[in-house]
Design a protein around this ligand. Structure first.
Ligand code: NAD
Length: 494
């Protein structure tokens, strides 16, 4: 079976992008299917260990070329990329929807989100400067220089196929680094489409085409080749905690810099003094963006007992109005989950919760959507949940609101922090003192205070504990690709 013709016209070629050239893979093909229809979209020949190693070597060469460029030229490239992503936005959004099942309105949002990382990195690079700290010795000057880290490699997940590349690549290029990316096998097409955009932008401003690369293949083999290349200086990974640990162990002996953006298990605290309509609005944003398949999606709804019924009743009303359907349809808010394993996990969490005493207030089952794959799950509202249930201990990654109750602020904070993860947490309250107290007490890298959509390119995003290491975004995101060097100068006669 081949891709429908209107789809195939917008798709990139099935080539990898290595050393600035489009290159046919030499190994087993990565098969990309539509989560919505199960149709075959593309078969992209993957890279063998040898080809992946060559890509990593060329990434090292490109890092040397990038290092020799000026900040002005890097900023020009990065700004061109922002503009080119926006110019090609309609096609990129269609590709994202086709390969990930993301509702088309959200895919357009992802394209803009991706472009914003390039805007932000350009601005941060323009403003960056070294330092000359005061010296203790009259005849010494200390110059603190900012230098690029060098060749970097990135491994990205399927839930934001374009934005996760942008979040890593934009600061890498702005700082003067190269980056070789291995996208997720489920969603490699946005990365390959972006490779063409990159090649054109680099050519247009005379920058090294090899500064960005895309390799695909058997993940562990490709990752190993990228990590083992002596020129590689940094690995940046976004994905599950399990794979993050594995990669950290591989990077350890090489003392590679690592940035790990891993899984979450976000608490969403609703206090009795919250504006309940506003809390419901924010809950909808965090929970149903990409059907709950985002790392900062609220996973545990902890609601003060006095307002639980009011909160749940209004949320239920809003959930009933969510349109479940084909992700290409403008009206759709709930599309298919990414694959069979994802929907099986959601079913397991719902069944486990019910077996342990929770009650399904709304949804709870798959929904047949005419002629499409059996991968659509109803927006689901579970009440009477507790910390023993899988839906509270693990990331559900699906459209399930699992509600438990609390009595006091101290109990709420204790419950929120009682998981190994520490990516995002939410607090809904109108009491300014409580807002700050709770925001400070939450052991999470990102806190949404009356805000269910805190991700933005200008803020430092990242997790604590099992949710990872390092920050991406904002000026801190640029720093992650910078090595500091100090030059100590003795000045005769000073
Ligand atoms: P995953 O860890 O299975 O896959 C992520 C990437 O790792 C993919 O490119 C995959 O091919 C690669 N990979 C898998 N096994 C590998 C191996 N043995 N060696 C090297 N690479 C390997 O995660 P996923 O299912 O694609 O993504 C969902 C997870 O990502 C969730 O836990 C989510 O919370 C997390 N996530 C985190 C953030 C964040 O910023 N913290 C953002 C998005 C997603």
């Amino acid at each position: 079976m081949s891709a429908p013709s209107e789809d195939s016209q917008m798709l990139p070629t099935n080539d990898l992008f290595i050393g600035g050239d489009f290159v046919r893979g030499d190994c087993t093909a990565v098969v990309v299917r539509s989560p919505a229809t199960d149709e075959l979209i593309a078969e992209v020949p993957g890279a063998s260990a040898a080809l992946a190693a060559r890509a990593a070597r060329l990434n090292g060469e490109a890092a040397r070329a990038m290092r020799a460029t000026t900040v002005l030229k890097r900023v020009e490239l990065v700004r061109r990329l922002a503009a080119a992503i926006r110019a090609d936005g309609a096609r990129l959004a269609q590709i994202l929807t086709l390969e990930s099942g993301k509702p088309i309105v959200e895919s357009r949002g992802e394209v803009e989100y991706a472009a914003s990382f390039f805007d932000n990195a350009a601005a941060a690079a323009e403003m960056a400067s070294g330092e000359i700290p005061a010296s203790r010795a009259a005849d010494r000057r200390i110059l603190v220089l900012r230098e690029p880290v060098g060749a970097t490699v990135a491994i990205t997940p399927w839930n934001f196929p374009l934005a996760m590349i942008a979040r890593k690549l934009a600061p890498a290029l702005a700082a003067g680094c190269s980056q070789l990316v291995k996208p997720a096998e489920e969603t490699p097409l946005a990365a390959l489409a972006f490779a063409r955009i990159f090649a054109d932008a680099a050519d247009a401003c005379g920058m090294p085409r090899g500064a960005f690369g895309v390799v695909l293949g058997e993940p562990a083999t490709v990752a190993r080749a990228m990590i083992d290349e002596p020129a590689t200086r940094k690995l940046t990974f976004t994905g599950s905690t399990e794979v993050g640990r594995l990669l950290a162990a591989q990077c350890g002996p090489r003392l590679l810099r690592t940035a790990l953006e891993l899984g979450g298990n976000a608490p969403f605290l609703v206090f009795a003094d919250a504006d309940i309509d506003r809390a419901v609005e924010q809950a909808m944003l965090t929970k149903f963006r990409f059907m709950g398949q985002t790392c900062i999606s609220a996973n545990r709804f902890l609601v003060e007992r006095a307002v639980q019924e009011r909160f749940v009743a209004r949320l239920e009303e809003r959930m009933q109005a969510l349109f479940v359907g084909d992700p290409r349809d403008e009206r759709t808010r709930i599309g298919p989950l990414v694959n069979d394993a994802a929907i099986a996990k959601v079913e397991r969490h719902v069944a486990d919760a019910v077996a342990r005493g929770a009650r399904i207030r709304f949804g709870g089952v798959r929904r047949a959507v005419g002629g499409l794959a059996n991968r659509f799950f109803e927006p689901t509202l579970l009440v009477g949940c507790d910390a023993t249930m899988a839906c509270h201990c693990e990331e559900t990654f699906g459209p399930v609101v699992a509600v438990s109750t609390f009595e006091t602020e101290a109990d709420a904070i204790r419950a929120a922090n009682a998981v190994p993860h520490g990516l995002a947490g939410y607090v809904m309250t109108q009491d300014a003192d409580r807002l700050l107290r709770v925001a400070e007490a939450l052991e999470f890298g990102v806190v949404g205070a009356n805000d269910g959509a805190p991700s933005t390119a200008e803020a430092p995003f990242g997790g604590r504990k099992d949710s990872g290491l390092g920050r991406e975004g904002g000026a801190h995101g640029l720093d992650a690709y910078v090595e500091l060097k100090y030059v100590s100068v003795r000045v005769r006669g000073a």
